[in-house]
Design a protein around this ligand. Structure first.
Ligand SMILES: *Cc1c(COP(=O)(O)O)cnc(C)c1O
Length: 376
């Protein structure tokens, strides 16, 4: 079986994890957590980074810190992984889904702007939905597949409409817009180290920010809000959302290899583009000149999606359709979906992601390309 996007444990993972086990520093405190946070902040160009147990808990923590609650809406997009929307629902708030740009597959900024201009109003420096008066404190854009939308425009929109930005940059470690790293544009950004992401700790996440108070608060909230180093005194309802040291040890080893992983992802997308662009109706996600993506998960669009998926998977070449659009999931059918022609639905039934682990062999890449070509 050739995995879609599997872990690559080719560096110091075993050495660092073994050190945790032999010294007993496996759990909630340890030097690797601090080191992993420092390396991530340095890489992302933010002042602070706080490790969490997953990308989902990182997102949830950000929303809790901004006081998002059941009277609120949070704007996000209709094509994303479920974790984005679950983190919103955990706070009691409801998501507002913006449809997808047909070219770069990110949030459609025209639709976003239209929605904000027509359906919302500003009161006392905050944004409210006109229809029911509910507050819209936060926008959570997702850098889908490691690509990035026009951030200058998005930042101008969020400023004009008094929205705080939390970036779901969980897929975009190693992606840049005008040379600035994903996750560093908003008040906070997030990363995920789930097994299929560009680096993995088995499971884990990170919050990045330039705001010292938010960084401290994030550390506090994710460690049960314990306010005394000795006694069990807790000053608010906290969460057990910290990353354990043994996972962070893996993270440090993965960070050492991240530049090489990004290079390999770029080789992989270059190979697929060379082989597949212009074959039948195959197209790729469009990337603006301002963006240098990490090319985390190469994905093609073709009307033969179903046939390509069936053939690749029957040959053990693991490939997957895009996520089911959020408005089609039963938990979200009554939430607001801002769209004109349901491009998310179109992308869902035409896109598929193809094998791209950083340790995939060139021979396997060739068989993926040849298998796809055989259908056209
Ligand atoms: C991976 C991912 C997350 C976080 O997932 P975890 O498995 O909790 O780390 C959140 N949003 C998106 C868009 C993702 O792809």
């Amino acid at each position: 079986m050739v995995l879609l996007s599997g872990p690559n444990m080719g560096g110091n993972e075993l050495k660092y994890v073994t050190e945790c086990i032999t010294t007993g520093w496996v759990s909630s405190v340890g030097a690797y957590v601090d080191q992993f946070e420092k390396m991530t902040a340095a890489f992302a160009g933010t002042k602070y980074a706080v490790a969490t147990s997953s990308g989902t808990t990182a997102l949830h923590t950000c929303l809790v810190m901004l006081g998002v609650n059941s009277k609120d809406y949070v704007i996000t997009q209709n094509i994303t992984f479920i974790a984005t929307c679950n983190s919103i629902k955990y706070t009691g708030a409801d998501p507002i889904f913006i449809d997808t740009d047909e070219n770069n597959w990110q949030m459609d900024l025209n639709l976003l702007e239209e929605f904000l201009n027509e359906e919302t109003e500003q009161r006392d420096g905050a944004c409210y939905h006109k229809k029911d008066g509910r507050r819209i404190p936060v926008i959570m854009p997702v850098h889908v597949l490691g690509n990035i939308c026009d951030m200058d425009r998005l930042l101008a929109i969020t400023k004009k409409h008094n929205l705080l930005m939390v970036e779901d940059s969980t897929e975009a470690l190693g992606s840049y817009y005008k040379g600035q790293h994903a996750g560093s544009f908003g008040l906070m950004g997030t990363f995920s180290y789930n097994g299929n992401k560009i680096i993995t700790t088995g499971g884990g996440g990170m919050i990045v920010t330039n705001d010292e108070a938010l960084a401290k608060k994030a550390k506090h909230l994710t460690t049960q809000a314990k306010s005394d180093p000795f006694e069990y005194i807790h000053d608010e309802i906290g969460y057990n959302y910290r990353l354990v040291n043994v996972a962070a040890a893996m993270g440090v080893a993965q960070m050492e290899q991240l530049p090489a992983f990004i290079e390999r992802k770029k080789e992989i997308i270059a190979f697929y583009k060379k082989e597949l662009e212009g074959i039948g109706d195959i197209t790729f996600q469009q990337v603006s000149d301002d963006v240098t993506p990490n090319w985390w998960l190469p994905t093609i669009k073709t009307s033969k999606q179903k046939e390509v998926l069936a053939l690749l998977n029957s040959k053990g070449l693991q490939s997957r359709p895009f996520w089911v659009p959020m408005n089609q999931l039963r938990m979200f059918t009554s939430d607001i979906y801002v769209n004109k022609t349901d491009r998310s639905g179109h992308l869902y039934s035409n896109c598929l992601s193809i094998p791209c682990s950083t340790n995939i062999t060139n021979a396997d890449l060739q068989s993926v390309a040849d298998t796809i070509k055989s259908l056209f």
